[in-house]
Design a binder for this molecule. Structure first.
Ligand code: 2RA
Length: 329
């Protein structure tokens, strides 16, 4: 499989290469792509060096698959050019996610909708992926009516500049700011930009993408997205009201039996998910599962995942694996 990785030198791009190697994806030829200033430099993949190509050269090499993590503007310009040349694009930006002609995929939930006609496939937002991984099996069983989610998001979701800001603040060094405020010893209730309704784009991604992936516009979602000085992954406090009654033991069993989910939930042993321990892993960790005693048919839970892996790189590679395994590409 000839595969292009667009944004190969970025934080997510580097993990995409790592995940492709870890999962032994059937790469016959790797085409790393990055901005003009990086063309000609090299990246390492499975012990070999590969020269970074330009977009034009990568398109001309006609890769079967191109996985993008290069931002929405780049994807809007270049994904169609790859697709017109026969390449299937899996894009990690927000550019195509809510396009009604494009599919928004978490393989464990809805990869079955993919066909050969899908030449640009959208990878959901990281905080959405971990949320719907836990919601989907419960929605199927109990029918979700409403979700209230508060996120506690890693600074790696913002990128290298944010990681550098935190490191500088640890050392009390004045440096470039990724955020409007210090992130060290702080929590910033502002991820991405504010929209006219008072919610941030990050919060509205959770609202809109969840409905699309669950294929159910009746599911009500409201969200608050908060940035915290953590690197290992995103955490989410989730309150779910179902249409139907549930049994707590059955909820745990359903989640435990769901591929890609690990239940970590034992108050006797202080067992619950934490980003420090989720970092570098591909599973979505669920704990603090408990009935909301203030409202019928309502559940609380805590969801943690590495936002750069299952929240981005790994989910993208899993989509590519599905395409290959099902002979769609
Ligand atoms: C964030 N989900 O965490 C967004 C983009 N990766 O900032």
């Amino acid at each position: 499989m000839k595969i292009a990785v667009v944004g190969a030198t970025g934080m997510v791009g580097e993990i995409m290469l790592k995940v492709l190697a870890e999962r032994n994806f059937p790469v016959t030829e790797l085409i790393p792509v990055a901005s003009e200033k990086s063309v000609g430099k090299e990246v390492e993949f499975k012990g070999k060096k590969f020269v970074i190509k330009s977009m034009e050269d990568a398109i001309a090499m006609k890769p079967e698959i191109a996985i993008f993590s290069a931002g929405g503007t780049t994807s809007l310009e270049w994904a169609p050019k790859f697709a017109e040349n026969g390449t299937t694009v899996i894009d990690n930006s927000s550019a195509w996610r809510m396009d009604p002609t494009k599919k928004l995929i978490v393989p464990e939930i809805n990869a079955d909708v993919l066909t050969k006609e899908d030449k640009i496939i959208a990878n959901p937002n990281c905080s959405t992926i971990q949320l719907v991984m836990a919601l989907a099996p419960l929605h199927k069983k109990y029918a979700i009516k409403r979700v209230v989610v508060s996120t506690y998001q890693s600074i790696t979701g913002t990128g290298v500049k944010a990681v550098k800001q935190l490191e500088n603040e640890y050392k009390d060094i004045k440096g470039e700011m990724a955020y409007n405020y210090p992130i060290h010893r702080n929590a910033i209730p502002h991820c991405d930009v504010f929209e006219d309704n008072g919610y941030t784009k990050e919060e509205m991604k959770l609202v809109k993408e969840t409905k699309k992936i669950l294929r159910d516009d009746t599911v009500l979602v409201t969200a608050t997205a908060v940035r915290i000085p953590v690197v290992g992954g995103h955490s989410e406090s989730v309150n779910i009201q179902f249409e139907n009654s549930f049994d707590l033991a059955e909820v745990r069993r359903i989640l435990h039996e769901t591929p890609g989910i690990i239940v970590q939930d034992n108050t006797d042993t202080n067992t619950y998910p934490m980003p420090l321990y989720a970092e570098g892993k591909d599973e979505v960790f669920v704990g603090r599962i408990r009935r909301d005693e203030t409202q019928d048919n309502t559940l609380n839970m805590w969801i943690v995942a590495d936002n750069l892996r299952k929240g981005a790189a790994t989910n993208t590679v899993q989509i590519a694996e599905y395409l290959v395994q099902n002979k769609i590409v």
